[in-house]
Unconditional design. Structure first.
Length: 459
């Protein structure tokens, strides 16, 4: 009866697992997933649009240096009444006529100091937007890689839990048979059943976790992913070069794109102070106009006028607004300076953390590889001891749990090593698609099976 219950539970959970897996004829590698992310990720599209918008700021700043030309015209009907009686012999008492006018005006700025400052600010805006775009492009590499490996890690976790559950199911069947034969106590059966039930709960949680990781990847690439290529067993462990954490920190401070963006933001704010101060400076323009007037009145003007000259505007007092705007710009500049300091410190922390994480991951991989081997040996010894009665079912289950835990930890840290390595290169803004291609070479094509084949294997 216990055997039947175990088989039913295994079949039920395995059926749920089949529903959550994709069975595609082909598998996608990391580069293919990244290409889909480039096409569909809304964040990179948003930053790209902002970069294009910032590029227009220079065109607008240049336009301030060129002349402005305006054309205006008017046409209307007028009624005039003469109230001077002694002029009635010269002009009629009332007139009704059309008035037409046309004007062409040209203004060429000669001296507007703020126009030149704003032109320089446009360069800062463009540089900041370009740095933000390149930074987000590198961040997309990191986000895609992390989401890709999170799916693989979740698949590995589920695979190990299923394997552990199958092993526990066998232990439960053996314990039941031995109890019925009077060889062991009922407590061993209870221990095996409890371990089986606990693993069943872990399996359900692992299935849910896998679905969540797949959704996180879909959030980036925009649609369902095919089966993913797997990380091969051969994983070269390379320490960061140079092996000097301070050199990495110095390189990050000089090249990090977030720092470059924050610096240009600070420069933009600094120049805004000069823009506001220029509100006290005179402005000089070359002005010219041409006008034509047609008046149907007997005494109205007719003809055209031409004018050319210079116009000087000297602001004297605006109620203190210029001084207030200058102080406001100074405060914003101070805020931008502090923001640059925040970004520099954050980058310095990140580069050192990523550097140490890579080294820690390498050490953990080597340690966990040894742990898996020793845990397997301990399990074999416990199973052998259980056969002769010197080890209990609790001992066997504990050793078995240690084996699969070590395998799960090793699987996770292998992915973490690659993720932290590209994060380290991201902090120095030295990350590009060639790094992604190197990781892609470590992947091996998965071999998806049909549902029918998997079901028959399970049976």
């Amino acid at each position: 009866m216990a055997k039947t219950r175990v088989r039913k539970e295994v079949t039920c959970i395995f059926s749920m697992l089949l529903m959550g897996l994709s069975f595609n004829a082909t598998a996608e590698n990391l580069m293919e997933i990244f290409e889909r992310a480039l096409q569909n990720d809304p964040i990179i599209k948003q930053v790209e649009a902002k970069r294009s918008a910032a590029g227009e700021s220079r065109e607008q700043s240049l336009a301030r240096l060129f002349p402005t030309i305006a054309v205006s015209g008017a046409s209307g009907r007028e009624w005039r009444h003469n109230r001077i009686a002694n002029l009635s012999n010269l002009f009629p008492l009332s007139q009704e006529y059309w008035v037409h006018s046309f004007s062409l005006d040209l203004t060429q700025p000669l001296f507007h100091w703020d126009h030149w400052i704003k032109l320089s600010q446009a360069d800062n805006q463009i540089a900041q937007a370009q740095a933000d775009y390149e930074a987000e492009l590198q961040n997309l590499i990191v986000r895609t890689t992390e989401a890709y490996f999170n799916v693989l890690a979740a698949q590995d976790n589920l695979r190990f839990i299923v394997a552990e559950k199958e092993s526990i199911a066998k232990q439960l069947e053996q314990a039941t048979a031995r109890f019925e034969a009077g060889v062991i106590a009922i407590t061993d059966v209870y221990e095996a059943q409890a371990a089986f039930d606990n693993t069943t709960a872990n399996e359900l949680e692992a299935i849910n976790n896998l679905d969540n990781k797949k959704e996180a990847l879909r959030e980036i690439i925009g649609n369902d992913e095919d089966a993913l290529n797997l990380l091969g067993e051969n994983l070269p462990l390379k320490k960061p070069e140079p092996q000097d954490i301070e050199k990495w920190s110095d390189t990050a401070e000089a090249n990090n794109l977030k720092i470059i963006a924050a610096f240009n933001q600070m420069e933009f704010s600094r120049k805004t102070i000069d823009v506001q101060k220029s509100g006290h400076l005179p402005q000089l323009d070359l002005v010219g106009s041409y006008g034509v007037t047609e008046n149907g009145s007997a005494f109205g003007p007719r003809g055209d006028t031409q004018h050319i000259g210079v116009q000087l505007n000297i602001p004297l007092f605006e109620g203190g607004a210029v001084s207030s705007r200058t102080r406001q710009a100074s405060y914003e500049y101070e805020a931008a300076k502090e923001n640059l300091t925040v970004v520099k410190r954050s980058v310095n922390r990140q580069v050192k953390n990523n550097y140490r994480s890579v080294l820690t991951n390498i050490s953990r991989i080597e340690a966990l590889q040894a742990t898996v081997k020793s845990a397997k040996s301990a399990l074999e010894a416990a199973e052998a001891g259980s056969e002769v009665g010197i080890r209990t079912m609790v001992d066997v289950l504990a050793e078995q749990r240690d084996v699969y835990q070590a395998k799960r930890d090793l699987s996770r840290v292998r992915y973490d090593y690659l993720i932290n390595y590209i994060k380290l290169k991201q902090t120095t803004s030295d990350l590009n698609q060639s790094d992604l291609e190197e990781i892609n070479k470590l992947l091996v094509a998965s071999e998806p099976q049909s549902k029918q084949a998997l079901t028959s294997n399970n049976n």
